[in-house]
Ligand binder design. Structure first.
Ligand code: SF4
Ligand code: SF4
Length: 322
């Protein structure tokens, strides 16, 4: 109930100021990373510094500016960012930030959907904005492109199938049926936003804090899997990625390595991480199996080309070992 009643979070609240902050960096390298199975794809919102603190501080500053403007009137305000008790998407829709798309995210015809949302609860009777008209129309691009079929009907995302949930929120094993579909997505997924036609109009961020750190926009899976826990904690300091912890990070990368083309160094690398946790072990075994199967296919290909060479040699009347 609290979720629908902001005044219970901040007594005296009369309005919620809903804001957006663009996060897409200039060099997002979507296709370059997603189409290269040797690289890991990280959701573009998580490439830079964690946004929570930055956005909360900006909202606090906004509240202070309103206070300065309303000289003589004592106002109360409280900022919220990605806070469970706030229904931020319906509030953003009501405030005219955008409409709720069929992928369940907020989008707008001038800014697409690559932005964070935040709220300032305030006890001032400010004028109320009008919601925008929904403009998805007959488009279903996000639904048909979703790799796991997680958008089960317009505006309904089944979290249990969504790669964002599977790679970030889920603590236990990733159900096997989804692993091949995850490809190289190791932290979140942006497919439903990438395909959205309104994101042609998205605006890039001008916040340096959201620039990709440590080449996280194009990271090599093999290198990421070699990070030990202190390295993981150091590199992800101040980043949203840190909260999934080293084991879940390795679990996700194992899946991507299992989905990668066969490479001789992958199997020993995977095996080097055995024994850290039962969940991770199970993913490593799965990934090794995928790699072995691909090695088998390669072997068949080699055999076939050797056979072809032999046939050609026999046809030409050359010695068999030519
Ligand atoms: S984030 Fe990815 S998996 Fe989740 S609904 Fe969007 S496209 Fe599907
Ligand atoms: S891809 Fe199409 S249906 Fe999905 S949110 Fe964008 S406009 Fe709406």
């Amino acid at each position: 109930m609290m979720r629908a009643r902001p005044h219970e979070l901040q007594p005296g609240t009369l309005r919620v100021i809903s804001v957006r902050m663009n996060y897409l960096p200039a060099h997002a390298f979507f296709a370059k990373t997603l189409k290269n199975p040797q690289l890991g794809y990280i959701s573009r919102y998580a490439l830079g510094r964690d946004y929570h603190k930055l956005l909360r501080n900006r909202l606090k500053r906004l509240g202070e500016m309103i206070q300065e403007y309303c000289e003589g009137i004592d106002i109360n305000f409280r900022p919220f960012v990605d806070s469970a008790p706030i229904l931020e998407r319906p509030l953003a829709a009501k405030a005219g930030i955008g409409w709720v798309g069929k992928h369940s995210l907020i989008l707008n015809q001038e800014a697409g959907s690559w932005f964070f949302l935040g709220e300032l609860l305030i006890d001032l009777p400010l004028p109320v904005d009008k919601p925008l008209e929904e403009q998805c129309g007959r488009c279903v691009a996000c639904m048909t492109t979703c790799p796991t079929g997680a958008i089960v009907e317009p505006y309904v995302v089944d979290a249990r199938r969504c790669i964002s949930y599977l790679t970030i929120e889920l603590e236990s094993a990733i159900p096997e049926e989804f692993r091949p579909l995850m490809g190289n997505r190791i932290y979140g997924c942006d497919d439903c936003q990438m395909i959205c036609p309104w994101n042609r109009f998205s605006q890039l961020t001008n916040e340096d804090d959201f620039s990709p750190r440590q080449k996280l926009h194009t990271p090599k899976l093999i290198e990421l899997f070699q990070w030990d826990e202190p390295t993981f904690l150091k590199i992800t300091e101040g980043s949203a990625i840190r909260r999934i912890g080293h084991l879940r990070w390795l679990r996700n990368i194992s899946v991507a390595l299992g989905n990668a083309p066969y490479e001789a160094q992958i199997i020993p690398l995977l095996e080097s991480r055995l024994g850290m946790s039962d969940v991770l072990d199970e993913h490593i075994v799965w990934a090794v199996k995928q790699q072995l199967e691909k090695r088998g296919e390669n072997a068949i290909e080699i055999q076939t080309s050797q056979q072809k060479r032999l046939i050609r040699a026999v046809e030409k009347g050359l010695p068999r070992d030519a």
